[in-house]
Design a protein around this ligand. Structure first.
Ligand code: ADP
Ligand code: MG
Length: 279
């Protein structure tokens, strides 16, 4: 026995800090390991009950775990950097209800039911920004999301199909409550022919959510699926439980450039047209 252990054996209130630290490492409690000595001093000085001391340490461990989990999920989500809801100017898209977007960002009502969100509009009004920002808010709220250009995912799924691994890829994507497919319109005809996208949509139907951005609301979808029947079936599944946001405004970048040119605050009212479309 070392001197230290002798002392501990003599006084049951003395704790072997090194041994405790090793035990906390064994139990994978790094935050408690880091903080317990500081809190122990405070607890002794301020006369905390043992229960309060223990609860405080456990709370810190859990909070740190949550933080790390969200950080990990954010990395995996591959969202667009810097595109948050707070950086999104809702005045630029008057037909989009901020309250509705905030409800989407909170998740509960649609994500838990595997419902979808479709964002339509010409190039530039902020479809990708909004989609990524909703993904960001959801991850921060504890959900998991994955952002991908539609063509990238279609390509990945086609490779998987060739290797007879499409099913397992789709199953792996199940871990994401929300899959964000950006720019459906850019799926090329040769990519469409294998109908992997349709299989993904069918597999997630009423179970796991999709958020799709596209230039064309449905009219052109025949082009991204192998045939008209598949396109209709895909649209049918997508819109069955869906929030549809239409952003029929001119490109945000072009508009802000124009506004700067005019050196006037705001922008011409003529840009703020578009129908008010909610689900
Ligand atoms: P889309 O996907 O519809 O083509 P993007 O989301 O790529 O458009 O937007 C183009 C650029 O303009 C991005 O840098 C985006 O952050 C910015 N942008 C678009 N709309 C807004 C907005 N309402 N508020 C702030 N930035 C915006
Ligand atoms: Mg885009």
């Amino acid at each position: 026995m070392t001197d230290n252990q002798d002392k501990i054996a003599a006084d049951p209130n003395k704790v072997d800090a090194i041994k405790l630290s090793l035990m906390l490492t064994d139990l994978r409690l790094p935050t408690i390991n880091r903080l317990w000595q500081g809190f122990a001093q405070r607890a002794d000085a301020e006369g905390w009950t043992a229960a309060r001391f223990l609860a405080t340490l456990v709370e810190h461990e859990l909070a740190e775990r949550d933080r790390r989990r969200i950080e990990r999920h954010l990395k995996q989500a591959r969202l667009l950097p810097g595109k948050s809801l707070s950086a999104f100017d809702f005045n630029a898209v008057p037909m989009i209800s901020k309250a509705q977007v905030n409800a989407l960002a909170a998740g509960d009502a649609w994500i838990d039911q595997g419902a979808n969100c479709l964002i339509f509009g010409p190039p530039g009004p902020g479809k990708s920004h909004l989609a990524s920002a909703i993904g960001l808010a959801l991850v921060e709220n504890g959900y998991r999301a994955f952002f991908t250009r539609t063509t990238d995912l279609v390509q990945r799924m086609q490779v998987a199909r060739r290797e007879l691994a499409l099913e397992s890829l789709i199953a792996r994507l199940d871990r994401y409550h929300l899959l964000i497919l950006d720019d459906l319109a850019y799926v090329q005809k040769d990519q469409a022919e294998t109908s992997v996208l349709f299989e993904l949509i069918s597999a997630r139907y009423e179970r796991r959510s999709l958020l799709i951005t596209a230039n064309q609301p449905f009219g052109e979808w025949g082009k991204v699926f192998p045939d008209e029947t598949t396109a209709v079936a895909a649209v049918d599944r997508l819109v069955h439980h869906a929030t549809i946001l239409e952003m029929n405004v001119e490109s945000y970048r072009r508009r802000t450039a124009l506004d700067r040119g005019k050196r006037k605050p705001g922008r011409p009212a003529s840009f703020a047209t578009g129908k008010n479309t909610k689900d």
